[in-house]
Design a protein around this ligand. Structure first.
Ligand code: 13P
Ligand code: 13P
Ligand code: MG
Ligand code: MG
Length: 369
């Protein structure tokens, strides 16, 4: 049996130029240089890039998911980067590194993690997603449409293995004592899957598996930073890995739902609703600390060696989408703080508004009848 390969993304915001915009070149170089030099005997290949103010380290290796050596390598790279961020006076230096003591892997320490282990196919295409100014639930609708809806994925009708459907592992991220998960299958239980995934802040897809082969197709980071920190410290900014083609949805089927620019959480101070804008590689952040953005790079991997990335949202079609989605951003921004433009109290309770409401509560009077 061929040896399995592991793809690991470990991603964090460790400091940014001019607010929550983008990391400095020096910061990116420091992180990449650490991975390259210290990871020589550990990893086969790597890619380092940024989406808004978040730096993602993609590595390929044979150590399996949650491998201490790989997680430690990336954690140390992020610590080295943080030193540079402090030296340069970058904003939010070390923002997502919420714990000091490393105990086995970076889960629960702040960085977002997505990992896939598999036996390489003859040709092994996969997609690396990274989003900024949003939470892991931002991927729920696109995943549902790509894996369970023939309106977006004709492979569900046209390909025998894809038609067998998928197994979904969904996590209740509001439960913080341990991982609380449920396993459901599509198409039979797709209404139950929808019933959970409608709640982006609570139910998050952790993994999707092919029912034809049993292989894992997708891995999504499930980190909710406010659950670790107990207050608002920045948005989760999730990453995701998806294998594509043959027994899995085609790359284009996975991408199709990003044409919607659906409204997600995370615009300005992580407290507002905004449309998810598909952006090019290494894009920065601008309007109202947003809009929430998603970037996707396609790779092929052979014996752990990566090709150069293909920047899938760098295409004239997505320029049109970007204009359309920008209009959606403008429309919701017109209503400022009112109603659905801001997130519900369950999300805002990690911010300073709690103090204001407490103070005002004392001033309320109940009128005598
Ligand atoms: P500061 O209060 O640190 O300026 O944060 C505002 C902000 O950018 C929200 O993360
Ligand atoms: P990040 O989580 O990307 O640092 O954004 C924080 C924020 O609140 C921006 O307004
Ligand atoms: Mg930031
Ligand atoms: Mg960010």
């Amino acid at each position: 049996m061929a040896k399995k390969i592991t793809l690991s993304i470990i991603k964090a915001d460790i400091g940014s130029i001019g607010g929550h915009i983008k990391p400095s070149q020096k910061l990116l170089e420091t992180v990449e240089n650490h991975v390259k030099t210290k990871g020589k005997k550990l990893i086969i290949d790597w890619y380092v890039g940024h989406t808004g103010d978040d730096i993602a380290i993609l590595s390929t290796h044979r150590k399996g998911p949650l491998a201490e050596s790989i997680h430690k390598l990336c954690w140390k790279a992020l610590l080295e980067g943080t030193k540079v961020a402090k030296k340069q006076g970058l904003y939010g230096a070390g923002q997502d590194l919420l714990k000091d003591t490393f105990s086995g892997n970076v889960k629960g320490m702040g960085p977002a993690v997505a990992e896939l282990e598999f036996e390489e196919r003859t040709a092994e295409p996969f997609l690396m997603f990274a989003a900024d100014k949003t939470d892991p639930g931002a991927y729920s609708l696109p995943l549902y449409l790509a894996f369970a809806d023939p309106m977006y994925n004709p492979g569900l009708m046209l390909s025998a293995p894809i038609k067998k459907g998928f197994k979904w592992v969904i996590m209740d991220v509001s439960y913080t004592k341990a991982d609380k998960i449920i396993t459901l299958v599509s198409p039979e239980e797709s209404y139950d899957i929808a019933a959970l995934l409608r709640d982006n802040s609570r139910f998050v897809v952790e993994g999707i598996y092919s029912r034809a082969t049993g292989e894992r197709v997708a891995a999504v980071s499930t980190t909710r930073l406010h659950n670790i920190a107990g207050r608002y410290v920045g948005k989760d900014d999730p990453v995701m890995l998806i294998r594509t083609q043959k027994n899995f949805p085609a790359t284009g089927e996975i991408l199709a739902p990003y044409t919607i620019g659906h409204y997600v959480s995370g615009f300005m101070r992580g407290s507002h609703t905004g449309p998810l804008l598909p952006v090019k590689k290494n894009s920065s952040i601008s309007f109202f600390d947003g809009p929430p953005v998603v970037n996707c790079l396609a790779f092929c991997v052979k014996d752990g060696k990566l090709t150069e990335p293909a920047d899938v949202f760098d295409h004239p079609y997505w320029d049109w989408v970007r204009n359309k989605v920008s209009q959606k951003a403008e429309e919701i921004r017109k209503q400022g703080f009112s109603g659905v433009a801001m997130l519900p109290m369950s999300e805002l309770e990690y911010t300073g508004i709690v103090e204001t409401l407490k103070k005002l509560e004392k001033k309320f009077k109940v009128r005598k009848k």
